[in-house]
Design a protein around this ligand. Structure first.
Ligand code: SF4
Length: 61
């Protein structure tokens, strides 16, 4: 499984970090990124992607 954040689309709402801190964090620019040591099994990534208001998160099998 792969997960990506499109930084152009991200509005920095922090929802992904809040709901899945094992995978997402916000950087100095207030944009989300995927942690290098992300635990992709830790949460329902489809659900997190679906709840992103900017549709900036992509999940691939
Ligand atoms: S939920 Fe979406 S818009 Fe909000 S910080 Fe995460 S990637 Fe960015």
């Amino acid at each position: 499984m792969k997960v990506k954040v499109d930084r152009e689309l991200c509005i920095g709402c922090g929802l992904c970090e809040e709901s899945c801190p094992e995978v997402f964090a916000l950087d100095d620019e207030g944009k989300a990124y995927v942690l290098p040591d992300a635990d992709l099994e830790a949460c329902d990534l489809e659900e997190v992607a679906n709840s992103c208001p900017a549709e900036a998160i992509t999940v691939e099998d």
